[in-house]
Design a protein around this ligand. Structure first.
Ligand code: SF4
Length: 388
């Protein structure tokens, strides 16, 4: 049965056919990993025909750790009044972006907690100052839950918040906070974060305003494969709607397993020997391959080196990913729950791509290809032959 479904993924004309939720769930549960990866590689070549794998030189900025949402998988946030709270100033953030410019970066990804102490002026003053000081840097800032937090503080509708932020210089929204767009799962891990519908609505509003958006999926909370596919289906449906209204939608889909160190979610399950929590490399690659096969309307699938390491991210290219992510320079949210590698140099990303048998290309936030310089002082490996 699984081989019949896989045979139907690519039409005789070489096009990527849409598979149903039921078929995707069946593949997730039953198809051998190598068979999934082989078809996912072929699908990647339909959407990205050259043997090019992209990367982004960017930096993360986590501008405040004050948050009232208390997600159980998060070790980054501190509640208001805690002695370890911080909120960065315009000058502090600008200095960080200066470091990004020095290495040829093109995008800052700025996310923080839902901070009830910050009014609209903090965000608009910040964006206006950063646009003025760093006009070549795309500002992808504030995930949907932060937009909702600003709406709560200001009394504005989320779409109006987005409109004002865009006017101040916002380029796009990070895809964070989607986690698992299945309300039963969300209620269990993050009851104050609101329904899946909220995340989808804010993203839809951002897309209507022509802000750049991406979609994410954190998995491994003990959910079943059908829930992971349900998450993908909600994003695929929104993508259809956005393409119909706006001509495009999410640039990419990125998934990674929940980290289980140092957070309430991990602690409350520790000792229970629940092997279904988190995910190892094989399960992660299965998720990447199924997502590449499932999304006929999203062009790019990104590998996640911060949670899986560069070696597994390299194999994710063989599972259908066409982008290896970004340099990041710092990461404080996911790493607080257990990852150890929080930055990658441009040459590390290039090397990882070349070792997979592909050509590295630098891109910007919108996946436009940029001039790519491979340092000649650092010998690069010979590419291995590309797999069929
Ligand atoms: S994941 Fe984000 S929203 Fe949730 S507690 Fe952490 S900072 Fe707050």
């Amino acid at each position: 049965m699984w081989n019949y479904i896989l045979d139907s993924v690519i039409t005789p004309e070489g096009e990527h056919a849409r598979i149903t939720v039921e078929d995707a769930t069946f593949l997730y549960e039953n198809a051998p990993l190598e068979a999934l990866m082989k078809v996912a590689r072929k699908v990647r070549r339909i959407h990205n025909p050259d043997e090019i794998i992209t990367y982004l030189v960017d930096r993360n900025v986590n501008y405040t750790n004050i948050c009232t949402i208390n997600c159980q998988f998060c070790s980054f946030y501190r509640p208001p009044g805690h002695k370890e709270v911080y909120t960065q100033s315009i000058d502090q953030i600008s200095a960080r972006i200066g470091e990004l410019e020095a290495i040829g970066g093109s995008r800052v990804l700025m996310q923080g907690g839902v901070n009830p102490e910050l009014g609209m002026e903090y965000y608009t003053d910040l964006l206006q100052a950063l646009v003025q000081r760093h006009p070549k840097i795309a500002l992808d800032c504030f995930s949907p839950i932060e937009i909702e937090g600003i709406a709560d503080v200001t009394g504005l509708e989320t779409k109006e918040v987005l409109r004002q932020l865009k006017d101040a210089g916002l380029h796009g929204l990070p895809g964070g906070g989607a986690e698992m767009l299945v309300d039963d799962v969300r209620l269990n891990i993050s009851p104050k974060k609101g329904s899946a519908e909220n995340w989808l609505r804010v993203m839809s509003e951002a897309q209507d305003l022509k802000l750049t958006t991406s979609a994410t999926n954190v998995f491994g909370f003990g959910e079943e494969p059908k829930h992971r596919v349900e998450h993908m289906e909600k994003i695929r449906t929104l993508q259809d709607e956005s393409i119909q209204r706006n001509g495009d939608g999410f640039t990419s889909f990125i998934s990674w397993p929940v980290q289980l160190e140092n957070n309430s979610f991990g602690r409350r399950n520790r000792g229970a020997n629940r092997l279904e929590l988190g995910a190892g490399p094989m399960e992660y690659l299965r998720q990447v391959a199924v997502s590449r096969i499932f999304f006929d309307n999203i062009v790019h699938i990104q590998a996640s080196w911060p949670t899986m390491g560069l070696d597994v991210a390299q194999i994710a290219i063989d599972a259908g990913a066409d982008d290896i992510g970004s340099t990041m320079m710092e990461e404080n949210v996911v790493s607080a729950s257990g990852t150890t590698k929080v930055l990658a140099s441009e040459s590390e990303l290039q090397r990882t791509i070349i070792r997979s048998g592909h050509h590295p290309k630098k891109r910007d936030s919108d996946y436009n290809l940029l001039t790519t310089t491979i340092p000649d002082f650092e010998p690069m490996p010979t590419p291995v032959p590309v797999k069929p």
